[in-house]
Design a protein around this ligand. Structure first.
Ligand code: PMP
Length: 760
């Protein structure tokens, strides 16, 4: 049975003061405290001391109050680290209302404490774990009741669903459905506090010292108690799952959860928020003046609406880890094992490496419950773990996966669809497994077709990890461990409009002149490792002409730039108004599935068919083709090229605006969702600000935004997110960059002011 809010007592403060004096012998003043269906007053005794006068709802049974008193006494006795009230003189009566007087417990309400530190959240879990442990085995007749706030009866809130606007109703319905799938028989039951919301939690000295208000204590699934605390602990947090994890971990240390409890916890916590918003919608009609009833509404909706950002099983996975149920190792253990068994010529991103366990759309999620906006992983082109791509791979993997020496529908459909994205005569495809394989093959095609050997490349370019490709990658052969430029390779400077405005295609013509026979000019259609450089208009047209005049071929490396990222065009080379002889593809082509492709003309392909077979065991296998087709479908169906155009243009314009205000940003450039921000120490000298850019990347990681640097001076922050990146995401990123740029500018001004005060 539930008590009606409309039956709540309505005493005035003087009336309450009178009761305190006449019934309990405590003379003093009374002031009302918030409550849903009872009335509570803070009584300040004239003789000193503070009390809470509790006037129960007229529908309340005496046994229920007996139960609450017994509960308080048990907790006071068994939880020595926590503070609980003392019951003064038992249960009294005034008219139809039962009365109780409790001593006041010192502490600040957790809802009023901000921010919630990790230690505070852990202390909440600890306190609740101690309470639930103390209540184990506690029995009372009156605890067996149907309370509408009991998460076990979440379904009761469905009667109010009609009061919610459509999109919110759908969210709540789906979450209540999830809660309905919980198998309650697998959960332990017992008496619990039942309302560890942050208005009932008291904090002192940065930790939780008490959890009050026993009005919702009930016999239910024990884990509901933690679910409620977790539900409120998540509200208003940038990383709600991380906040929840702190509570869960500490609770588990006091009072271990079972696996079924850990697994159902998140669904129950969310169900509690659903209850809250449903009853709030109901009370908004019946008791519009009771502000207490609506206090969690806004943050609860904000979280419920954000849930779609999270991968489905991630919160559960985080909680399982927190309880030691997951088989996974800690980040430290992973790092150690990696050091021992993984080839060491590979660095990890970030000073504090990330332990990512899940991905969803433009976000990555770690083992500790934090989410990150991914601004750099261009491989997950249509969004991390896109369900259509995953499903296509899984379905085909179950049916058949073999090589391309058999006829297969998907292979043919895929090469038809892929070549159709390119202008003629680019009609012949080779399917491989990586960008490196694609460029390696492109090099062989060019040499076979031209009968020549030399290659022209742009400075700081990277084309792949094989022997032949390291030789044509200045990024590597001129970098640490590199052995310098081989004789057959000719490097032209980067046509970097910011640092070398005079640089252009004439330098390609010069290189052609130096070569003893050019097989190919390898060129990214926009330079990625070189610092997100957009080629000047006309660059490729003139460069291609020079190379072709000398009988060489032009290879457009679209490994980073292809598949709609350019926004205005599907392929970045199209922004230059040219048609290359060979196009190489990788990264986004399979949305993370290892794939690559080379597309060329029938003529070049014919030159390569000299009798030696080209066989690639995995290239073009049915699973890869199914994946490739799904990627093309999603790009089309979700309008991702269009999004790259619109969101990219917005982000670029806003970044340019930032650059105008912050001297630390020397240059901003980009095309679609391929953008670079170049940081400098001085606008005049353009001294690269590499350390500053690296510091921004590290700080942004702490704030949940993933970035990275590149370019010959490592001072360019590159932005190349999954193409589902939204305007709201751009807003977050802009806020982050702006804060750091302002900071850096202020610091530089401070340094300058200091230097001018102390010259020399
Ligand atoms: N070309 C370019 C432009 C690249 O950026 C890369 C990879 N970073 C490659 C080729 C090689 O691709 P993969 O790592 O798939 O072999």
């Amino acid at each position: 049975m539930s008590l009606a809010v409309s039956d709540a007592p309505r005493f005035t403060a003087p009336g309450a003061a009178r009761i305190a004096e006449e019934v309990f012998g405590v003379r003093g003043t009374a002031e009302p405290l918030p409550s849903e269906r009872d009335q509570n007053f803070l009584v300040r005794a004239e003789a000193g001391g503070r009390f809470v006068l509790k006037i129960a709802n007229s529908g309340e049974r005496k046994e229920t109050l007996d139960f609450q008193n017994a509960l308080i006494e048990r907790l006071a006795e068994r939880c020595p680290e926590l503070r609980f009230p003392r019951v003064v003189q038992g249960i009294k009566k005034e008219g139809p209302f039962f009365l109780r007087m409790l001593t006041w417990v010192e502490g600040a309400c957790m809802a009023a404490v901000s921010p919630h530190s990790d230690e505070l959240l852990a202390s909440l879990g600890r306190a609740l774990g101690q309470i639930d442990r103390a209540l184990e085995g506690f029995a009372h007749e009156a605890a067996h009741r149907t309370l509408h706030w009991d998460v076990r009866h979440a379904c009761l809130s469905r009667q109010h669903l009609a009061l919610l606007p459509d999109h919110r109703r759908r969210i709540v319905e789906a979450r209540l459905d999830e809660c309905a799938r919980v198998d309650w028989r697998t959960l332990r039951h017992g008496i619990v506090h039942g309302d560890a919301n942050d208005y009932n939690v008291l904090v002192d000295g940065g930790r939780v010292v008490s959890i009050l208000d026993f009005g919702d204590a009930v016999h239910t699934a024990t884990v509901c108690d933690l679910a409620i605390a977790v539900a409120y602990a998540m509200l208003g947090k940038r990383d709600p799952i991380a906040a929840a994890r702190r509570v869960v971990e500490a609770y588990h240390a006091q009072y271990p959860l079972t696996e079924p409890e850990a697994d159902s916890l998140f669904a129950l916590a969310i169900a509690r928020l659903c209850l809250s918003v449903c009853y709030s919608a109901y009370h908004a009609q019946t008791a519009p003046r009771n502000v207490y009833l609506g206090v969690t509404d806004a943050p609860a909706w904000s979280l419920l609406e954000r849930l779609g950002e999270f991968p489905e099983d991630w919160p559960r996975d985080v909680f399982r880890r927190a309880c030691g149920f997951a088989h996974g190792r800690t980040a430290a253990a992973l790092l150690e094992a990696r050091k021992e068994h993984l080839g060491p010529s590979l660095s990890l991103s970030y000073r504090k490496p990330l332990h990512i366990t899940h991905g969803w759309r433009q976000r990555l999620f770690d083992a500790a419950g934090r989410g990150y906006l991914d601004c750099v992983n261009n491989v997950s082109h249509v969004g991390h773990c896109h369900p259509r791509v995953a499903e296509a791979a899984a379905r085909q993997m179950r049916r058949l996966n073999t090589n391309t020496r058999y006829l297969h529908e998907d292979l043919v459909e895929y090469i038809e669809r892929l070549t159709a994205t390119l202008p003629p005569p680019l009609r012949v495809a080779y399917l491989v497994c990586s960008g490196s394989e694609a460029n390696e093959l492109a090099l062989r095609l060019a040499r076979a077709h031209t009968g020549r050997n030399d290659v022209i490349v742009i400075d700081t370019a990277y084309h792949g990890n094989t022997n032949a490709l390291i030789d044509i990658s200045p990024y590597k052969f001129n970098g640490p461990g590199g052995r310098g430029k081989p004789a057959h390779v000719h490097v032209v400077p980067m046509p970097d409009a910011y640092r070398r405005p005079a640089c252009g295609p004439a330098e390609v013509r010069d290189a052609v002149g130096r070569a003893s026979g050019v097989a190919a000019f390898f060129c990214e259609s926009a330079l990625s490792c070189a610092g997100q450089i957009i080629l000047p208009p006309g660059y490729l047209r003139e460069a291609l002409a020079a190379v072709r005049e000398a009988g060489g071929l032009c290879v457009a490396d679209e490994v980073q730039t292809g598949f709609g990222r350019a926004g205005s065009h599907f392929w970045m080379f199209q922004t230059q108004g040219v048609v290359p002889d060979i196009v190489t593809m990788g990264k986004p082509i399979g949305n993370g599935h290892p794939m690559g492709a080379v597309i060329t003309t029938p003529e070049i392909a014919a030159s390569f068919a000299n009798g030696m077979e080209y066989f690639n065991t995995f290239g073009g296998n049915p699973v890869s083709c199914a994946v490739g087709l799904a990627v093309l479908d999603v790009i089309r169906d979700e309008g991702l090229q269009e999004n790259a155009r619109e969101t990219g243009a917005y982000l670029l314009a806003e970044l340019k605006d930032l650059a105008g205000r912050h001297p630390m940003i020397g240059d901003v450039r980009g095309q679609g969702l391929f953008i670079g921000i170049e940081f400098v120490r001085d606008r005049e000298t353009r001294e690269p600000a590499a350390e500053e850019a690296a510091a921004i990347v590290e700080a942004a990681r702490e704030h949940g935004i993933l970035l990275s640097t590149d370019g010959p001076f490592h001072n360019v922050i590159k932005i190349k997110p999954p193409l589902v990146f939204s305007r709201a995401d751009a807003g977050l990123l802009l806020g982050e960059i702006s804060a750091h740029a302002a900071d850096g500018t202020a610091r530089r001004d401070r340094d300058r002011a200091r230097d001018s005060r102390y010259p020399g």
